[in-house]
Design a protein around this ligand. Structure first.
Ligand code: ACO
Length: 430
């Protein structure tokens, strides 16, 4: 986005210690809160703003994803997540995120052809896996393998050329299912499987994960659709920690595969991508509906560190629009698998019902988030919980690649270099 896209609505001023206030401009985006432009504040007034955790700081301009947490709104490029979840495929959504518009028929087939061309892993990349212990966490493997891709593709590393940027972004999107699947098959001692270009993105992912060399693998279309939906719902979430990390790394001009490896490392943290694993563990501990009141009482007790995992969100304060979609999909997939009596699902539904009627959760605006049902869905689809965050990484690669493309296309983008409030010793001598 160029500066011409900024809308100057008004001005603000900041006076420090009764010194004369200097005017600051206020920027208004298309929607959402406006932002005081403090870029000249330090140069003009010699003072910094302090905002660790970025609670009140817009770190960039972006035209990709819009969230209104108060109203439970999530849109990719202007389209509501509910509509994309209903009518689009993950490949279409990835195209939308990366290039700004949903693909027309010819554009979709050209993009699919590129994805199919790039979805194989270099044979030497596969050899890296054998250096890991079989019990390594899939995210540890993925961080390393994606970073290692920086050592390949020497033919197209001039990212000032738009075509080379698109090639790198498409490669990332195309290769991630094979990278995640190989981290799983290696961990269970099965041979790596190659992509099958007769299949769509999600079906292909499932066959690489679960196919065995001695039996033909028939993709279950209901599971493939559920996988596609999960990939759509997790594809982007504006300036979350991992996406901000990708943008931070990219601002120095770093290789895109290294930037996305940094994003995967950030996603791995339990405060970011690891919550659905924690929800499953909590539901297993609660085990039966009779234990739910005790769990709710513990969650409300200030002296107990226990929290209801899968409840609450930093941004969404009325509902998380992804949670209801996942709950409905989980119900229909469990019916399809004839697992509708899954005891964990029974516990989850009752827990949600009781918590939503509890004064504490109502007063603190705590609702089920995207992670509340996705762990049950993935478990019943056959995924071990250690793979949950790896799946998130496959999905979020579409968002990371889009933010990388957006940042690289921005004219005059500066290296991200925050200031600090120094609290160390004053000058001293030995
Ligand atoms: N269970 C019980 N109480 C909670 C919960 C919960 N899940 N979440 C928040 N609260 C309470 C807090 O104790 C706090 O109470 P207080 O005002 O008396 O101090 C109040 O609600 C506000 O909580 P904060 O932690 O300040 O809210 P914040 O917006 O910073 O946190 C978070 C959001 C981290 C998601 C939190 O709700 C939480 O820990 N939830 C459980 C973990 C979880 O599900 N994480 C996944 C998030 S989705 C994602 O990252 C993809």
């Amino acid at each position: 986005m160029d500066n011409k896209d900024q809308v100057l609505v008004t001005s603000a001023s900041l006076s420090v210690n009764a010194n004369q206030a200097k005017a600051l401009i206020v920027l208004q985006g298309t929607e959402g809160p406006s932002a005081i432009d403090v870029r000249t504040l330090y140069a003009n007034q010699g003072i910094l703003t302090y905002d660790p955790g970025f609670r009140s700081t817009a770190s960039c301009k972006s035209a990709i994803t819009y969230i209104d947490g108060a109203q439970g709104i999530l849109r990719y490029r202007g389209y509501p997540i509910e509509e994309l979840a209903k009518h689009s495929t993950f490949t279409e959504v990835a195209y939308l995120l990366m290039f700004g518009e949903l693909p027309k028929t010819g554009e979709l087939s050209a993009f699919t052809t590129s994805v199919n061309e790039y979805n194989l892993l270099h044979d030497q990349v596969l050899s890296f896996y054998r250096g890991f212990r079989r019990d390594a966490h899939p995210m540890a493997v993925m961080v390393s393998v994606v970073a290692a891709l920086s050592a390949f593709y020497q033919d197209s590393q001039d990212y000032n050329i738009p075509e080379q940027r698109v090639k790198a972004a498409t490669r990332l999107f195309a290769k991630m299912p094979a990278i995640a699947a190989a981290s799983y098959t290696y961990s269970i001692g099965r041979p790596f499987r190659y992509p099958d270009n007769s299949l769509d993105y999600s079906s292909n992912f499932l066959q690489m994960l679960f196919g065995k060399p001695n039996t033909p693998y028939a993709v279950d279309p209901v599971l493939a659709k559920a996988m596609d939906l999960l990939l759509i719902l997790h594809a982007d979430h504006e300036q979350n920690a991992s996406t901000s990390t990708v943008r931070m790394a990219a601002s120095s001009g770093a290789n895109p595969f290294a930037c996305v490896a940094a994003g995967i490392a950030t996603l791995w943290g339990p405060a970011h991508g690891g919550a659905n694993e924690a929800v499953l563990k909590m539901l297993e501990e609660i085990a039966i509906p009779e234990n739910i009141p005790q769990a709710i009482a513990r969650a409300k007790d200030k002296n107990d560190p226990f929290r209801l995992m899968g409840f609450g969100h930093r941004v969404y304060k009325s509902h998380d629009p992804r949670a209801a979609i996942i709950r409905d999909t989980t119900k229909s997939v469990l019916r399809h698998l004839k697992m509708e009596n899954d005891p964990l699902m029974m516990v989850a539904l009752e827990l949600e019902r009781l918590a939503l009627n509890d004064e504490y959760f109502i007063a603190k605006q705590l609702y089920p988030n995207v992670d509340f049902y996705s762990g049950i869905l993935l478990k019943d689809m056959g995924f071990p919980s250690r793979m949950f965050t790896a799946l998130f990484a496959v999905s979020r690669t579409a968002g990371w690649a889009s933010h990388w493309l957006e940042l690289k296309a921005e004219k005059g983008a500066a290296i991200n270099r925050p200031q600090q409030l120094y609290v160390g010793p004053n000058l001293r001598h030995l």
